[in-house]
Design a protein around this ligand. Structure first.
Ligand SMILES: [Ca+2]
Ligand SMILES: [Ca+2]
Length: 81
């Protein structure tokens, strides 16, 4: 569902688009974000740094699932919370 061009991996650009959409839905009055997640770009970089295990700039489904399993904030993001 996050694979916009349907090539089997999630690129940084694709994740950034998702993140922008999520940030648009957030209410800035009630959502307090840490400094390193204050923009969609920062959060995308942070997620890639933590779950792109082979650092090729693409997330495979395996990397995404394994990363999500270890990353509570990513799980919340996927669940839309
Ligand atoms: Ca893709
Ligand atoms: Ca990768």
């Amino acid at each position: 569902m996050y694979d916009i061009d349907n090539n089997g991996t999630i690129s940084k650009a694709e994740l950034l688009e998702i993140m922008k959409a999520i940030y648009k839905l957030m209410n800035p009055e009630t959502t307090i974000l840490p400094e390193d997640e204050s923009t969609p770009q920062k959060r995308t970089d942070k997620i890639f740094n933590s779950i792109d295990k082979n650092h090729d700039g693409e997330l495979t489904l395996t990397e995404f699932i394994e990363g999500a399993a270890q990353n509570e904030s990513l799980i919340r993001m996927i669940q839309g919370k």
